[in-house]
Ligand binder design. Structure first.
Ligand SMILES: CC(C)(COP(=O)(O)OP(=O)(O)OC[C@H]1O[C@@H](n2cnc3c(N)ncnc32)[C@H](O)[C@@H]1OP(=O)(O)O)[C@@H](O)C(=O)NCCC(=O)NCCS
Length: 197
């Protein structure tokens, strides 16, 4: 059985049973499959509508802020998201199964339009693209993952990286701007540095 809420906010006051619900008129819902745990002071916020789904056995640690901003947040099964994650999902955020996030991960699925020099940027609107994180990946501590980023299966994102782009399965991605620094070479069965290719 999924637990389901049409509330805009769920704020965790303890583990998941401590969640408090506040009613709202936005479309969408918050659904959590069995075994989901959400840590203290984490907030699931359907601001401007959109849905949040968290799959079986997933863990959202404490002080996390997941805000739909009108997009959907889909978190797979067996995912672990460390403390203080920020996910803003205007263009949608999809996280596959068994993804591990260290603390302080930031994912932002929108950007402000800035091209008109005669208007404040805050009045120019946004454009959005989804973020997708593949099954089995590991996202290291303190990265920023920007809109339009697609990370393949069993990839690694290095600590402190600023990630924007499309990255194939079995890549190690690191730096600012993040690039593939290692990849899995199926022929040799080894992970190779990019410049050893
Ligand atoms: C990405 C990572 C896994 C790579 O580890 P690795 O495969 O052992 O890679 P190496 O240490 O051999 O590094 C390869 C190259 O990438 C660089 N590099 C590694 N991690 C980097 C990072 N986070 N940012 C920028 N460059 C990085 C190294 O300096 C090295 O450069 P060089 O070839 O010029 O010497 C690791 O460095 C990392 O960032 N781990 C995250 C740790 C973490 O967040 N833990 C939380 C626990 S959940």
């Amino acid at each position: 059985m999924l637990s389901k809420s049409k509330a805009r906010y769920l704020i965790s006051g303890g583990w998941v049973k401590g969640l408090q619900a506040f009613s709202n008129h936005y479309s969408g819902s918050i659904t959590m499959a069995p075994g989901v745990r959400v840590g203290k002071h984490s907030v699931l916020d359907r601001y401007m509508g959109g849905s949040i789904h968290i799959g079986t056995g997933s863990l959202i640690c404490k002080n996390c802020k997941l805000v739909t901003c009108g997009g959907d947040i889909n978190i797979g099964q067996g995912v672990q998201i460390g403390d203080s994650a920020v996910i803003t999902a205007q263009g949608g955020v999809t996280i596959g199964n068994h993804v591990l996030f260290a603390d302080n991960v930031c994912m932002i699925a929108n950007e402000h339009i800035y091209q008109d020099i005669n208007r404040p940027i805050k009045d120019q609107g946004c454009y959005t693209k989804p973020i997708v994180i593949g099954d089995g990946s590991w996202i290291g501590i303190n990265p920023t993952i920007l809109q339009g980023t697609v990370i393949g299966k069993n990839c690694v994102v290095g600590a402190g990286s600023v990630v924007k782009g499309i990255f194939p399965d079995y890549s190690v991605i690191a730096g600012n701007p993040a690039r593939v620094i290692k990849f899995y070479d199926a022929e040799s069965g080894k992970w190779l540095k990019k410049d050893e290719n």
